[in-house]
Design a protein around this ligand. Structure first.
Ligand code: E4P
Ligand code: PEP
Length: 359
């Protein structure tokens, strides 16, 4: 369906089709009171880690993107066991990314194109994402995601314990406004050029009350007024000028946060420009961080890209064809074996920090 509101509008629009409302999808796929309580609890735990009240290390780990819910669930079960094993030292959150920001063009994630064939069945994508989150949340594993489209949070945010705004959108006013109203802690990545200032500005903007155009649960355009998000924080992911996880980079970022009157605790992404997008290098970066955290009170968390099978495969939505099971179709990931060993190293680093009494 496409409606022309005037002879001069929608000239480049092929179609506009209504989607089910957030309220309809939430009613179809509700959250039990037990799961809702466990999500609220995990948000509090993440807050406590970010504020230095809980001395564990936050680890946000999982596939670069979820493209096959079955493989994602198999991964989640293994991660839930590992999270349980390391619960004294690590607070593990599963990366469940359904929306991919692209440098130019490419598959934009399971919500945008759930059949991976360019058919863009977003109604199915929203339901598939929500069903996946329900299933993982029922395992007791907290979930993290990148919020990219400003409308999709209405469909899934109640199931998310930690949110990220990506390097390509940290400077966007729309994403800062959105974050100011989200109910969970939200981390802002430094820019793709390595600039940390945009993320500090983002934390300040998202921490402030905002009024903007949004949608309500009924899918209607709405005036949204927020209180500001008290739990914004910085994520260092490296940039075009190289990695930014060295002790000097971390001290510099932490001082900039303090000067801006913001929380000095930050998260380091071991992937992306911090590992030159090389999944083998990512494990080395994570191990360097495991050593570094024992002497640093400011590294509150680490991000890892990991899936069942290491590496990545090419997805061509126009060509079809079979995909290897459990391997990323976006950025290359560490495989499960290496991930399990890296989690052990991070747990040991977290324990050493506690024993050394680093504050
Ligand atoms: O993490 C994912 C990617 O790095 C990001 O979405 C950009 O991907 P692209 O450069 O392949 O488009
Ligand atoms: C896109 C991502 O990261 P960045 O914004 O750092 O490129 C991601 O984590 O999937």
């Amino acid at each position: 369906m496409k409606t022309l509101t005037s002879a001069s509008s929608n000239l480049n629009v092929r179609s506009i089709d209504p989607l089910p409302t957030p309220a309809a999808v939430l009613a179809e796929l509700p959250v039990s009171s037990e799961v809702a309580a466990s999500i609220r609890r995990s948000r509090e735990e993440i807050r406590a880690v970010l504020n230095g009240v809980d001395d564990r290390l936050l680890v946000i780990v999982g596939p670069c993107s979820i493209h096959d819910p079955d493989a994602g669930i198999e991964y989640a079960r293994m991660l839930a066991d590992a999270a349980q094993m390391h619960r004294e030292d690590l607070l593990v959150v599963m990366r469940a990314y359904f929306e991919k920001p692209r440098t130019t063009v490419g598959w934009k994630g399971l919500i945008n194109d759930p059949h991976l064939d360019g058919s863009h069945d977003i109604a199915a994508g929203l339901r598939t994402a929500r069903r996946f989150l329900q299933e993982v949340a029922a395992l007791g594993l907290p979930l993290g995601t990148e919020f990219l489209e400003p409308i999709s949070p209405q469909y899934i945010a109640d199931l998310i314990s930690w949110g990220a705004i990506g390097a390509r959108t940290t400077e966007s006013q729309i994403h800062r406004q959105l974050s100011s109203g989200l109910s969970m802690p939200v981390g802002f990545k430094n820019g793709t050029d390595g600039g940390v200032r945009v993320a500090l500005d983002a934390c300040a903007a998202a921490g402030a009350p905002q009024t903007f155009l949004g949608v309500d649960e009924g899918g209607r355009a709405a005036l949204v007024s927020t209180t500001g998000n008290p739990d914004t924080h910085l994520i260092l992911r490296g940039g075009s000028d190289g990695p930014n996880y060295s002790p000097a980079h971390i001290a510099h970022a932490s001082a900039a946060l303090a000067a801006a009157g913001q929380n000095q605790c930050l998260i380091v992404d071991a992937s992306h420009a911090n590992s030159g997008k090389d999944h083998r290098r990512q494990a080395d970066v994570a191990r360097e961080l495991a050593d570094a955290i024992s002497g640093s009170g400011t590294i509150a968390g680490v991000m890892l890209e990991s899936f069942l099978v290491e590496g990545a495969q090419k997805l061509d939505v126009t060509a079809g064809g079979r995909l290897a099971y459990g391997q990323s179709v976006t950025d290359a990931c560490m495989g499960w074996g290496v991930t399990a060993s890296v989690l052990g190293d991070l747990a040991r680093g977290s324990r050493r920090r506690r024993q050394g009494g680093v504050s």
